[in-house]
Design a protein around this ligand. Structure first.
Ligand SMILES: Nc1ncnc2c1ncn2[C@@H]1O[C@H](COP(=O)(O)OP(=O)(O)OP(=O)(O)O)[C@@H](O)[C@H]1O
Ligand SMILES: [Mg+2]
Length: 585
């Protein structure tokens, strides 16, 4: 995990090394200042030696200058290194997420990924800054101040040893208690983000079902969970300061009392006693800083682990070593294909699929909900890999193609499709980066999207809101079809992509597809038989198996399920699922 995270430091290595180096210089200068202060009192002020005062004072100013300069440099390099590290972590995760296959994405929740990209990175970034600045500074300051104290007076310096022992035991106890709560609190951020993410993305459904109160209480619960844990942790951490100050003042009192006796006996000079008292603060402050570092590191350990997980996640679908870059045609073949989403699942989602589709054919796919239609088409553009058997496109195994080439040639209008914020033209150009306006208009005509786009005042420059919120369901579907068409694919797959489109427009789209992209293999998943009955062949799915694969006429004659659904739909009674209840049994 540490290796994974450190590999993201990259260009901030120099700043990460310079920070502790400058912090060390700062500590050395600070220690010198205190030592010089004692000397000024003992050898300058007491003896009235103005030259010594000037010389030592000059040195003190120099040391103060060095301390200020190195302190500033250390802080600035520390900030640069930590912020840069955070930036690289976010970038590393984001880039890796882009490479995830659908199977990888299934593993993480959206909110979990958002927490990792935001809160977790902030935690690790802050801990990294603390480590860079304090891990050298605090022990160095402790050792230097302790060394200088022993150099001044061994007996009095021993008091600090005892104080360090007592204070570190108490701090260790406080940290032990607090970190558990902190760690818990940060894990609960997932619930909070899940609640916000789900609510915001589904706000329309929430309103339609008047579920605001339920959503508020869900959010409150997640929020209060975090609050309670943080309060518990903070209630323990607040003891840090009083315990520390108590120890400092106890030490000062003890040193003053013991020191006074030694000064009177003449074994210690007043200036040296002053220096000793100043070191008291340095020593105990260092301990305090170390304890903070410890709290932050253990708090961020869980975050670090979660970030490393995302960075280390290997895509389950990889480009082959020597990929094929040309898809010859739109032939599709499934050979003894079995598929499961989860290795541990008992029953496969697709069972023994054997099918041959010739380039240019129009294939309808029909079946009840959950009968594995989407799972079937997902294997063609290799959104998932088969568990057993192989899928061939253009005569070659899909696993042999370059992924980009395959997905450019197998254009899928996903069932859960989205548009992104931006002009209609920009959204369409996802299909082809450099498409001209004419090309875009051409595909919109095929997808019957031109009729409503022309009615918008800004036409193709109309801005689509996030998730396509300002267009209707049917309009969104038509834009998604147009976008897929722009790729000029060898295979076009429409996964229930006209479900929100009226029957007449649906027929127009199918006619345009048939006339305008003759050579393209078209796979059309639909619930309405009228949407697929004019296809060359129709696949009937039942429970993840192919129940029938034939023309409309033959299926009507030979396929019981198909005939029942057809008759029901033609008489206007019920849909595929209604009749096909048996399909899902
Ligand atoms: N990402 C996934 N992870 C795990 N199981 C899944 C996933 N997607 C679908 N399934 C399961 O696989 C089965 C087939 O689902 P699939 O989406 O292929 O059905 P479908 O025929 O497309 O249904 P619909 O008509 O509702 O779109 C279902 O039992 C479903 O629960
Ligand atoms: Mg589906």
């Amino acid at each position: 995990m540490i290796k994974t995270l450190l590999s993201q430091v990259k260009e901030y290595k120099r700043a990460s090394i310079l920070t502790p180096f400058f912090m060390l210089l700062e500590v050395l200068a600070e220690t010198l200042i205190v030592l010089l202060m004692g000397y000024i009192v003992d050898y300058g002020v007491k003896k009235g030696d103005i030259n010594k005062i000037l010389l030592l004072g000059g040195l003190m100013i120099l040391a103060a200058g060095v301390s200020l300069w190195t302190g500033c440099l250390g802080a600035s390099y520390g900030a640069k290194a930590a912020m840069g590290f955070g930036k690289n972590l976010r970038k590393g995760m984001f880039i890796n997420i882009q490479n995830y296959s659908f199977a990888n994405i299934d593993k993480y929740s959206t909110s979990g990924l958002i927490t990792r990209l935001t809160t977790d990175v902030t935690n690790v970034q802050n801990a990294y800054m603390m480590i860079l600045r304090m891990c050298m500074r605090a022990p160095a300051s402790l050792v230097c101040a302790m060394g200088a104290s022993f150099f001044i007076n061994v007996k009095l310096a021993s008091v600090y040893l005892i104080a360090v022992f007592i204070l570190s035991s108490i701090l260790a106890f406080i940290i032990y208690k607090a970190t558990g709560y902190f760690r818990d609190a940060f894990l609960k951020y997932d619930d909070l983000n899940a609640s916000v993410e789900e609510n915001v993305s589904g706000i329309r459904v929430v309103k339609a079902y008047v579920r605001e109160d339920f959503e508020i209480s869900k959010f409150k619960k997640a929020s209060v969970n975090i609050y309670n844990r943080l309060i518990k942790a903070e209630n323990i951490v607040i003891f840090n300061s009083p315990v520390m100050m108590f120890t400092v003042y106890a030490c000062i009192l003890l040193i003053s009392w013991l020191g006074a006796h030694i000064v009177v006996s003449g074994d210690l000079k007043t200036g040296a006693l002053m220096s000793l008292l100043a070191y008291c603060m340095n020593i105990l402050m260092s301990l305090m800083m170390l304890s903070f570092v410890f709290v932050m590191v253990s708090m961020s350990a869980a975050s670090a682990k979660r970030i490393a997980e995302v960075i280390n996640e290997k895509s389950t679908i990889k480009n082959p070593k020597e990929p094929v870059f040309v898809v010859k045609n739109g032939d599709i073949e499934f050979k003894e294909v079995f598929f499961k989403y989860n290795d541990k699942a008992e029953k496969p989602v697709l069972t023994d699929i054997n099918i041959k589709i010739r380039s240019g054919e129009t294939i309808g796919v029909i079946g009840g909900t959950g009968s594995s239609k989407t799972s079937f088409i997902n294997l063609i553009s290799r959104l998932y890999d088969t568990c057993e058997g192989e899928v061939f496109v253009g005569g070659k195994n899909v696993k042999d193609y370059d992924l980009k080439v395959l997905r450019d040639n197998v254009s899928v209008v996903l069932q859960k499709n989205v548009l992104f914020k931006g002009a209609i033209l920009d959204n369409l150009r996802w299909g082809k980066k450099d498409a001209t306006l004419e090309e875009c208009m051409e595909v919109c005509k095929i997808a019957c999207a031109d009729e409503f786009i022309e009615k918008f005042p800004k036409k193709y420059e109309t801005v689509i809101e996030q998730g396509g919120a300002n267009v209707s369901g049917g309009q969104r579907q038509r834009l998604c079809i147009a976008r897929a068409l722009l790729k000029d694919p060898k295979i076009l797959i429409l996964d229930d992509s006209t479900s929100a489109v009226d029957t007449a427009t649906d027929a127009n789209i199918r006619k345009a597809l048939r006339d305008k992209i003759k050579k393209t293999t078209k796979i059309i998943i639909a619930q309405r038989i009228s949407s697929v009955m004019d296809a060359d062949k129709i696949i009937v799915f039942k429970d993840g198996e192919i129940n029938g694969f034939d023309t409309h006429e033959n299926l009507l004659k030979n396929n019981e399920i198909y005939r029942e659904v057809y008759e029901a739909q033609m008489s206007g009674a019920g849909d595929f699922d209604g009749i096909g209840g048996a399909l899902n049994a």
